[in-house]
Ligand binder design. Structure first.
Ligand SMILES: [Cu+2]
Length: 176
C-alpha cells in the first residue's frame, strides 16, 4: 500500500515539472562522406522529447557521446581538441561523468545532472547531461528537454570521443 502511494506521488512530481508538448525532435549522429556530424533541429521547445540516434558504424569510427556542455567548454582550436582527453579538459570530464576510470569502461549511462531530462550544461567543474552511444548502430536515447529557456537559452553539445563534433540548439518556451 505505502509503495503504491509513493509510486503515484513520484510520477505526479515528475510530470508536474515540465508539461510535455507531444513533440519529439531528433539529433542524428551521421557520417557524411567521412565527416562526423550532429544533424539536428535549430531549435526545440521546453517540454519536447529530444531523441539522439547514432547512425554511424562504430567499427569504423568508434562510439560517440552526446554531452551537454557550456558554450565556453567547447574546444574551439585544433590544440584544444587535441588536448581534450587530458586531465582538466572537458572530454576527460565527460568520461568521468560516465564513470570511466583510466582506460576502464563506461559504467554510468546516461550521465545525469540537475533536474531530470536534458537540462544541465556541464563543464570541467560541473556535471552535465550526457549519453554514450555504445557500439550498436542505430542505438538511440530519448528524454525530455527540461532546460528552462530563461536560464538556458541554448543547448550546446559535444562528442567527447570526436571533439570536433559540436552542435547547438536554441531552447524556446513551450508554445513559443
Ligand atoms: Cu563522436
Amino acid at each position: 500500500m505505502a509503495a503504491g502511494v509513493l509510486v503515484v506521488f513520484g510520477a505526479g512530481l515528475a510530470g508536474a515539472e515540465t508539461p510535455p508538448t507531444g513533440t519529439t525532435n531528433t539529433v542524428y549522429i551521421q557520417d557524411v562522406k567521412g565527416a562526423l556530424k550532429f544533424v539536428g533541429p535549430a531549435s526545440v521547445h521546453q517540454g519536447d522529447q529530444l531523441k539522439i540516434v547514432n547512425e554511424t558504424n562504430a567499427k569504423k569510427v568508434g562510439p560517440h557521446t552526446f554531452s551537454l556542455v557550456t558554450k565556453g567548454s567547447l574546444p574551439k582550436t585544433p590544440k584544444a581538441r587535441q588536448n581534450c582527453f587530458t586531465p582538466k579538459h572537458i572530454c576527460m570530464s565527460i568520461a568521468k561523468w560516465h564513470g570511466v576510470k583510466g582506460e576502464g569502461p563506461v559504467t554510468v549511462n546516461p550521465a545525469k545532472a540537475g533536474p531530470e531530462g536534458w537540462s544541465t550544461l556541464g563543464s570541467t567543474s560541473k556535471k552535465g547531461d550526457s549519453w554514450y552511444t555504445g557500439h550498436k548502430k542505430g542505438a538511440s536515447f530519448t528524454q525530455q528537454v527540461t532546460a528552462d529557456p530563461a536560464t538556458t537559452s541554448t543547448l550546446y553539445f559535444l562528442c567527447a570521443i570526436h571533439p570536433w563534433m559540436q552542435g547547438k540548439t536554441t531552447v524556446l518556451p513551450p508554445g513559443a
